[in-house]
Ligand binder design. Structure first.
Ligand code: SAH
Length: 252
C-alpha cells in the first residue's frame, strides 16, 4: 500500500473560511489535489497552495454534471496513482453530501479514507440567524430532511415537525409550495413559524420569516435562491431570531 494516496473527505462548512476546522484548513493548504463541489466558497478555495490542482465536480442544473460514479472513479484513480486527494464538500461530508458513497468506493478499491467533519448548514445557519435548534422551553427534538423533488411525496415526515420539535429542511427552495402543503396535510398548523436562511454564514446572508402557510409566497416574493435552509418550529419565532432578522435586514 506504500504508493497509494489517502482520500480525505473534508467538510468545508457553510461558507465562511473562519468556520473551517483547523484540520480542514491544514489539509486544504497542504494537499496538491483538491476535488470540490459547487457549494464550496471561493474564499475557501483561495486557501489552497498556489500550485495545487483544483478540480470542480459542481452539480449544477443547467450544466453537465459529473455523475457520482465518475467522481468516485476520479478519487480512486488519483489515490491509486499515489496522490493524496482532498475531496472538499460544503457543510459536513456525511450530511446530505454523499460522503458515504465516496468512502465506500474508496474502501472497495483499497484506498485509505479519512473523514473530516464540517459545520453543517443547519448548525451554521442556526448560529448566524440566532435560532437555537433546541431550547428547553421550545424544542427537544431536531430533525434534518432533504426537500428536493425526487421522492418528496414518498418521504414520511409525520411527527418530525410540530410542538416541541424543530425541522430543518435542506434543498427545499424549489419545492417550497409542496413542502408547506405536505406538512399541513400531516396536521401542522398553518401558523407554525418558520425561517428561511439563505446564504448562511456568507456576507449576503438573508433571514426571512413567515408562517407555514406563507412559505411559498415568501420564497417567490423575496426571490429566495439556493443555497437556503427552511427551519420550522417554535424556535423560529423567538425574540432572538426576530432580532437577528432585523439586524440582517438592516444590512441589506
Ligand atoms: N453537506 C451539506 C449539505 C449539502 S446539500 C451540509 O452539511 O451543509 C445542499 C443544501 O445545503 C442546499 O440546498 C441548502 O439547503 C443547504 N446549504 C448549504 N450551504 C448553505 C448555506 N450557506 N446557507 C443555507 N443553506 C445552505
Amino acid at each position: 500500500m506504500e504508493n497509494v494516496g489517502t482520500v480525505f473527505l473534508v467538510g468545508a462548512g457553510p461558507g465562511d473560511p473562519d468556520l473551517l476546522t483547523v484540520r480542514a484548513a491544514r489539509l486544504v493548504a497542504s494537499t496538491r489535489l483538491i476535488v470540490h463541489d459547487g457549494l464550496v466558497d471561493p474564499a475557501i478555495l483561495a486557501l489552497a497552495a498556489p500550485d495545487a490542482e483544483l478540480v470542480s465536480v459542481a452539480k449544477q442544473r443547467a450544466r453537465h454534471t459529473l455523475p457520482q460514479d465518475a467522481i468516485n472513479d476520479l478519487l480512486v484513480r488519483e489515490a491509486l496513482a499515489g496522490r493524496d486527494v482532498v475531496r472538499l464538500k460544503g457543510g459536513d461530508p456525511y450530511v446530505f453530501g454523499r460522503g458515504g458513497e465516496e468512502a465506500e468506493a474508496c474502501r472497495a478499491a483499497g484506498v485509505p479514507v479519512e473523514v473530516v467533519p464540517g459545520i453543517s448548514a443547519a448548525n451554521g445557519a442556526a448560529a448566524a440567524a440566532q435560532i437555537p435548534l433546541t431550547r428547553r422551553d421550545a424544542a427537544s427534538v431536531v430533525s434534518f430532511v432533504a426537500g428536493q423533488c425526487k421522492g418528496l411525496s414518498e418521504q414520511d415526515w409525520a411527527g418530525l415537525a410540530g410542538k416541541g420539535r424543530t425541522l430543518v429542511i435542506y434543498m427545499g427552495v424549489k419545492t417550497a409550495p409542496q413542502i408547506s402543503e405536505k406538512l399541513m396535510a400531516d396536521g401542522l398548523a398553518p401558523d407554525m413559524p418558520l425561517a428561511v436562511i439563505e446564504n448562511a454564514c456568507r456576507p449576503q446572508m438573508r433571514v426571512l420569516r413567515a408562517p407555514l402557510a406563507g412559505l411559498a409566497d415568501l420564497v417567490e416574493r423575496a426571490k429566495v435562491r439556493s443555497p437556503a435552509l427552511i427551519v420550522i418550529g417554535e424556535v423560529a419565532a423567538r425574540e432572538d431570531a426576530a432580532l437577528a432578522c432585523l439586524a440582517a435586514e438592516a444590512q441589506q
